[in-house]
Ligand binder design. Structure first.
Ligand code: ADP
Ligand code: ZN
Length: 610
């Protein structure tokens, strides 16, 4: 929706023209001034002119003789000959010996230098300035540098936000409440100014990607009916130093003219990173950031320009940016909870035709951990799937399948597994499901499948909690680890062999076990000491160790211990229920996909028989 004014021609285009002018000048005009007026004559003519005393100035070099006639009007040239008496005869004929006959031509050497080099240079500079001024006019800006550099793109940052309202953003009630105040202020500033209150200049929307930060910012503008200026932090960082700062200036100039309005800076961490003065730091970024700070200080709290910025790396922002008076309010935009997910699904489902049987509560439960953007994607995938299978309405199965697509990738139709491999995959998945089901406090199994996916998964077991879980006990964590090791354990119990299929399980189990020790204080040896700090809360939650090398070694030992214990527990559980494991694996191998109910029916049926 971004509008951009008539695209300018690239700078290189104008430099090209200037270069061409110089070339033409040198190739055509300079020779015209000099060489073109030299008349080639034979040596006889030269000798004759000496005899007639018709030589004006003369220059004799080893292979050429250049001379003029008596009145210095014409320049002649002839080849040099072995002529020992030439100098004597020239002297007697009254010729003037000169070192620069050909460039003489009435022009002093200075003039000729001027003509051949300085004039083109001048033309080049004038042309450059003329063109840069032209560009300025196109851009409508006022600040300039020679040659059109240092000028931001001729971009209009306003976007249309018509028709985007808070009601389009589902869930996120706390964020909306926070922003509603801004909307109210924009509607009715007197209400605030009369009390002497001033709005915060900047609000920072903080949260993981795809949770609707951009949408919320647009909705504020849409609700208030004010212009919405939008730019991404990365757009400021340009190749030429100074461009970013000039863009900031440009943006705020436009914004101030249109106040009241919303300025939205996406990915502000691209320019707002801590200035750490590291060697080889990014000057351009710092200049841009400084310009942004200056602009924010430059306008009064009440002039109606409100800056919203979004980031998913709040901890990396420069403190100067987050201090009061700048982005002093922080609005968390978190991943939606169960109710939020259901609401988001419903908002996006307005656009599609639904069958009677659709139950968004179940879908929302299955899509735990999904962001708003992913949920929107799930709805769209479901609609596409319905079309593909020639239906006019979206059914529950479409939605459930599209969750799997978003989680695990598309089904790989042509993957051919050998029988043995299929049996092993089935056994592996049943191992997970069985260990989960045999422990208390595990989320129920929703679905088990051994259809390979494009993500590389050969099968998976989907466990779905009945509600949101905010706290996990130590036992629940241990059970989770046991469940993760269940796949490998089943391979060992049934086939006495191990495969590469457990790599993802191993990774997850290790991460959990590590977290238990380093972050949740769940090991006796370290008590409640933080051994790791999370550096990237919203982007995968990377952690960095904060302990001595010796402690690190101990942590590693503890991690191995936890996993070994849980792995042994899983093997034990499976060995005790070997008959169920075999029966379920065989069933899954035939059916490829079984539901949680089928799974439980077989499991419990068997138990009743015993
Ligand atoms: P962010 O800026 O946080 O990365 P966006 O605002 O760009 O995320 O959201 C991307 C898309 O995800 C939106 O266009 C919208 O379709 C969907 N979306 C995200 N969160 C929500 C929400 N709370 N309600 C409705 N749709 C949402
Ligand atoms: Zn597995």
């Amino acid at each position: 929706m971004k509008e951009v004014k008539s695209p300018k021609k690239p700078l290189i285009y104008y430099y090209g023209i200037a270069l061409l002018v110089i070339l033409v000048f040198n190739m055509v005009i300079t020779p015209m001034l000099t060489k073109s007026q030299i008349n080639e004559v034979d040596y006889g003519t030269f000798m004759k002119m000496i005899e007639d005393k018709q030589i004006g100035r003369v220059e004799v070099s080893s292979n050429e003789i250049v001379f003029t006639d008596k009145d210095n009007t014409k320049i002649y040239a002839t080849g040099a000959m072995n002529d020992p008496t030439l100098t004597q005869r020239l002297y007697e004929a009254g010729a003037v010996f000169d070192r620069n006959v050909d460039s003489g031509n009435g022009l002093s050497p200075i003039v000729s230098v001027l003509l051949t080099s300085l004039v083109p240079m001048l033309i080049f500079i004038l042309l450059g300035q003329y063109l840069s001024r032209k560009l300025m006019e196109q851009a409508g800006g006022k600040n300039s540098m020679a040659f059109g550099m240092g000028k931001s793109n001729a971009k209009v940052y306003v976007q249309s936000t018509q028709g985007i309202h808070f009601s389009d953003v589902a869930g996120e009630d706390e964020a909306k409440e926070n922003l509603a105040e801004i909307v109210d202020y924009l509607h009715n500033p007197e209400k605030y100014t009369s009390v002497g209150a001033s709005m915060p200049k900047g609000l920072l929307l903080v949260g993981p990607p795809g949770t609707g930060k951009t949408m919320l910012a647009k909705a504020v503008a849409g609700e208030a009916g004010v212009p919405f200026f939008s730019i991404s932090g990365s757009e400021f960082v340009e190749m030429f130093v100074g461009m970013g700062a000039s863009k900031v200036r440009d943006l705020f100039q436009q914004a101030k003219e249109k106040a009241p309005c919303i300025v939205f800076i996406d990915e502000i961490d691209a320019i707002g990173k801590k200035r750490d003065g590291q060697f080889g730091g990014n000057d351009e970024r710092e200049q841009t950031l400084n310009q942004l700070l200056t602009e924010m200080d430059g306008f009064e709290g009440n002039n109606g320009v409100i800056i919203l910025a979004a980031t998913n790396r709040p901890e990396s922002l420069d403190p100067a940016l987050t201090r009061p008076g700048r982005f002093d309010r922080r609005v968390p935009v978190e991943l939606p909870d169960l109710a939020g997910r259901e609401a988001i699904l419903k908002v996006h489902a307005r656009k599609i035709k639904l069958a009677e049987n659709v139950d968004f509560h179940t879908v929302a439960r299955m899509a735990s951990g999904a962001s708003g953007a992913e949920l929107a994607n799930i709805i769209n995938e479901a609609a596409l799937r319905a079309v593909r299978s020639g239906r006019t309405v979206v059914e529950q199965a479409d939605l459930e399948e599209s969750i799997e697509v978003v989680i695990a990738g598309y089904q790989k139709k042509n993957a051919v597994l050998s029988d043995k491999e299929r049996q092993m995959v089935a056994c592996h998945e049943i191992g997970h499901a069985l260990v989960a089901a045999l422990q208390s406090h595990s989320a129920p199994v929703q679905k088990i499948t051994i259809i390979p996916r494009t993500s590389g998964a050969l099968g998976y077991t989907m466990q779905v909690d009945t509600g949101d879980k905010y706290l996990l006990t130590k036992e629940e964590l241990e059970n989770k680890i046991a469940t993760l090791t269940g796949g490998r354990a089943a391979e060992e119990v049934v086939f006495g062999e191990i495969t590469t299929g457990a790599s993802n399980d191993i990774e997850q189990a290790t991460k959990l076990a590590r977290g238990m020790i380093t972050r949740y204080g769940m090991s006796k040896d370290f008590d409640m000491v933080a051994l790791e700090t999370v550096t990237n809360q919203y982007l995968g939650g990377d952690a960095s160790l904060a302990c001595s090398a010796d402690t690190q070694r101990k942590i590693d030992e503890k991690v191995v211990e936890i996993i070994r214990t849980q792995h042994a527990k899983a093997i034990d559980l499976l060995e005790k229920n070997r008959d169920k494991l075999d029966e379920l694996a065989k069933y899954l191998c035939e059916k490829e996909t079984i539901t949680g109910e089928e799974f439980m029916a077989i499991l419990e049926g068997k138990e009743k028989l015993q």
